[in-house]
Design a protein around this ligand. Structure first.
Ligand SMILES: NC(=O)C1=CN([C@@H]2O[C@H](COP(=O)(O)OP(=O)(O)OC[C@H]3O[C@@H](n4cnc5c(N)ncnc54)[C@H](OP(=O)(O)O)[C@@H]3O)[C@@H](O)[C@H]2O)C=CC1
Ligand SMILES: CC(=O)C(=O)O
Ligand SMILES: [Mg+2]
Length: 765
């Protein structure tokens, strides 16, 4: 993607569909007059009075305990400098988003229009009663030091200047691990620090706590090396002033073991890197552009251990790995401070985690095959789901042991479990899907590429490397739309109606005719039918000219399924096709089958649908726990509709005893593991969390899925086609661009799996 398109994409992302990145969502019912009389007057007076009696009750009756203020005055926004409070708001909203998705902490972002230290402190102190914690952000040094020191002293809730301590914690963990790989001792290494601001000073102090020697450090600011003989140094800079008679970064870098960049972009040259000691460690952490570009650094020295603050290269040393989890731990024990002990506990937890074996989910999420501790993996990845289970407990424990916790945790296993529960699975699942597709992108033909949304989706999958799109449709229309959305990549366009495709059309017609010539099909009618886009696209997949197909955006589902079934046919061993929908519900991801095809399946069909769905659930990295739902529970009705489901279950139990499936069951029992455990403790599902529902007929499945989508605004991925010989996936009429992108990822994964099975079959023959 060009720099210009990236810029546009970032602006559209922030502007559409609603400006900004976060919103406020009520957590209580508000549907009836009664609800409102509780939420507001007169009911609300009761918690007010309780809190007036005892301020601690504010944690019991309000969101304070899980609410953090991300506060800035916009004086040091990333590496963009003093761009003012309004211009800092996207970053602060971004931090809010990260707090929420990584640690389930709610955030109000607050941008304060003052550069005066006293005014800023006064503002924060005045609003502090609202919050459980204060995250100071992007405030320039030296003001940031005084502001944080005073607020820590004067407030009884945790206050942390993220750019100082978040950065220090993460980079210290990365440094410990990098030094281990380089086989160097922290006490001995020569460290150059570019930048003498909030982040640099705090990092350097923490490295000292980890054992680094002040005598071995050289720090630089915008004026050059900070020497003892320089005048008018702030007290923080003076703390790091060196006796060495050097003035420039170039001189400082000679024979240095470690470079820490917390200053500004592109100030380190390849020559400087070459002058460093063997196995140099370079953390170029300025954002958005580092002190030296990752690729350039790697190309300059092959013994380098390199990290940046960015997510698009290995080793992202960025405070995003810290602030969500540090505050989570601090809030959960109502710590009054974030102290040195808590910071060190976070450092050690992060450093330790990087050395443990990486769950497959993380490999997939980052499009990697085998992340292991080494030069390109010195620190955990932000999307590592283990972070929330490891860092907050370490921080909370340290808070308790150092005497700043106001509440204690006794059952650490239970606490860890509750932390893992906090993370919704929605985004994770989509990410997993997309990244799995990216590992081995396939050629996907978009049969309706002359529709704007389909083309937009094709552009996204192309840009993100999810698939190699083939655009099928009216060439002139596609060209026009491509220009409109500035999709300038050279991807194949195929217009089945044009003369250019005559040869290919004839080839497909011949194949089609050969298969059906004894069923009343003539060569002429075959040639005619190949002008129809879905037939043409299906033949592309059939003959290996494409790996997968996406269609259905502009036509009714059955009208697309029919030709696909006729042309592509069923997979080996499949007796029918069916679909499943993945719904992102508040309870977590749920698969619902069959949502689109089988009107009144028999018990055998139901068993088959369950089996096929189980494979799809596994494809999403989840263990299927399946309820075959009905209006009845375990034989409570003898009606044939209930017994059909019962028979399907007994078939599965008999032939597939390892499948975790049971029924017939009413949906409320299926979704409530405790109720199920109490009343039907013999069930295979008792005590388990059901993630898949197999419905007895199309009516119930389709109605439920649409109801969830409309009433609960649950996002849906699907319908995912199961049982087709080739990867053909059919969109709902008017699917959104996101839905088309997700469906393409599914089509690619489907193609990857079919390819794998074919290879396995060949090797066993
Ligand atoms: N990866 C991460 O997680 C994080 C990265 N950062 C990045 O670190 C940088 C600094 O942030 P922060 O400390 O908050 O900002 P500050 O404004 O507090 O500090 C900036 C420092 O950089 C120095 N500086 C500017 N230009 C140069 C130069 N050419 N050579 C050497 N030093 C220079 C300034 O010098 P002077 O004192 O003379 O003005 C100042 O000391 C930013 O790029 C920010 O994005 C920050 C926090 C986290
Ligand atoms: C990451 C961060 O907080 C910064 O660059 O300022
Ligand atoms: Mg910052």
């Amino acid at each position: 993607m060009s720099k210009q398109s990236k810029r546009r994409e970032a602006l559209v992302y922030h502007a559409k569909p609603t400006p900004g990145k976060i919103k406020v969502v009520p957590t209580k019912k508000y549907a009836s007059q009664r609800d409102l009389s509780l939420a507001y007057s007169p009911g609300v007076a009761e918690p007010c009075l309780e809190i007036a009696k005892d301020k601690n009750n504010v944690y019991k009756y309000t969101t304070k305990g899980n609410l953090v203020a991300v506060i800035s005055n916009g004086t040091a926004v990333l590496g963009l400098g003093n761009i003012g409070p309004e211009a800092s708001k996207p970053v602060m909203e971004g931090k809010g988003l990260l707090f929420k998705i990584f640690a389930d902490i709610d955030v109000f972002d607050i941008e304060v229009d003052t550069e005066n230290i006293e005014e800023f402190i006064e503002t924060v102190k005045n609003i502090a009663p609202t919050f459980g914690g204060i995250n100071l952000e992007d405030i320039k040094a030296p003001e940031a030091f005084e502001i944080e020191r005073r607020l820590k002293e004067e407030l009884d809730i945790p206050v942390m200047h993220d750019d100082q301590h978040g950065t220090a914690i993460i980079s210290a963990a990365a440094l410990i691990n990098a030094l281990e790989l380089a086989e160097k001792n922290i006490e001995d290494v020569k460290i150059v620090i570019s930048g003498a601001g909030a982040a640099a000073i705090s990092c350097s102090r923490l490295y000292q706590s980890c054992g680094a020697n002040l005598e071995n450090m050289v720090m630089l600011d915008s004026k050059g090396v900070i020497r003892k003989d320089r005048e008018n140094l702030t007290k923080e800079k003076a703390e790091f002033a060196t006796h060495r008679k050097i003035d420039t970064l170039e001189e400082a870098m000679k024979d240095a073991d470690v470079f820490i960049g917390l200053s500004t972009s592109n100030i380190v040259t390849p020559e400087m890197l070459k002058s460093m000691a063997k196995d140099p460690i370079v953390f170029a952490m300025a954002n958005p552009d580092p002190e030296i570009a990752y690729d350039l650094a790697i190309a300059t020295r092959d013994d380098i251990i390199m990290a940046t603050g960015r997510s698009d290269h290995p080793n992202q040393v960025n405070n995003v790995l810290g602030f969500p989890f540090i505050f989570r731990g601090a809030l959960d024990v109502r710590a009054t401070k974030i102290n040195e002990e808590m910071k060190m506990a976070a450092v050690l937890a992060l450093a330790r985690l990087a050395k443990e074996s990486v769950p497959e989910q993380v490999n997939i999420a980052y499009g990697e095959t085998h992340l292991t501790f080494g030069k390109e993996y010195i620190i955990p990845k932000p999307f590592d789901p283990r972070l929330i289970g490891e860092v907050p407990p370490a921080v909370a424990k340290a808070a308790m042991e150092s005497g700043v916790a106001q509440e204690s945790i006794d059952d650490w296993d239970k606490y860890k479990e509750s932390l893992l529960e906090r993370l919704g699975a929605d985004n994770k699942i989509v990410r997993l899907l997309v990244n799995r597709a990216k590992l081995n992108p396939k050629r996907v033909v978009f049969a309706e590429a002359d529709q704007l949304d389909v083309l937009k989706a094709a552009q996204i999958v192309y840009d993100e490397g999810i698939a190699h799109p083939i655009l099928l449709g009216r060439r002139d229309e596609i060209e026009k739309l491509k220009e409109e959305i500035e999709f300038d990549a050279d991807v194949p366009i195929i217009d089945p109606k044009s003369d250019e495709e005559l040869e290919r059309k004839n080839k497909y017609a011949e194949v089609y005719w050969q298969q059906r010539k004894r069923r009343g099909v003539t060569l002429y009618s075959s040639q005619k039918i190949m002008r129809e886009r879905n037939y043409f696209a299906a033949m592309m997949v059939n003959t290996g000219d494409a790996d997968a197909l996406i269609s259905g955006y502009s036509r009714s589902y059955p009208s697309v399924v029919k030709p696909m079934l006729e042309l592509i046919g069923l997979a080996k061993g499949a007796s029918r096709v069916a679909t499943t929908n993945l719904m992102m519900t508040q309870r977590g991801p749920m698969f619902l089958s069959d949502t689109s095809i089988n009107i009144d399946p028999s018990s055998k069909d139901l068993a088959k649908i369950a089996q096929m769905t189980s494979k799809v659930v596994k494809m999403f990295g989840m263990e299927p726990v399946m309820a075959m739902v009905s209006y009845a529970n375990f034989g409570s009705s003898t009606n044939e509709r209930a017994s059909k489901v019962r028979e399907a279950v007994s078939y599965l139990h008999r032939y597939y005893p390892d499948m975790i499936v049971d029924g017939e069951l009413q949906t409320d029992f299926a979704l409530n593991s405790e109720m199920l455990q109490d009343i039907f403790p013999f069930s295979k599902l008792a005590g388990r969390k059901v993630n898949t529902l197999i419905f007895p007929n199309l009516d119930s499945a389709n109605i439920t899925y649409k109801l969830l989508k409309e009433l609960n605004k649950a996002d849906s991925i699907g319908p995912i086609m199961m049982g087709m010989r080739k990867p053909v996936h059919i969109l709902q009429l008017d699917a959104s661009v996101d839905e088309i992108v997700n469906m393409t990822a599914i089509a690619v994964i489907d193609a990857q799996q079919k390819e794998k099975w074919e290879l396995e079959n060949q090797s066993t023959k």
